[in-house]
Design a protein. Sequence first.
Length: 60
Amino acid sequence: MQTNPTPAQPPPKPPAQGTWNTPEAISRHREMTPEQRLRAAIALSQAALRFAHAPHTRGR
């Protein structure tokens, strides 16, 4: 018996506000001061740690 391969899923669409590498996002990043960039990096790191240490569910 021959099985049909599952069709490839299309890549997920970016969020409505765009992606991180849009010209607008790059311009906003360039306008940030070093302190603002550091604060943003810290906030992102903290969010990643919260995500990593959050309870996980099986089967997803």
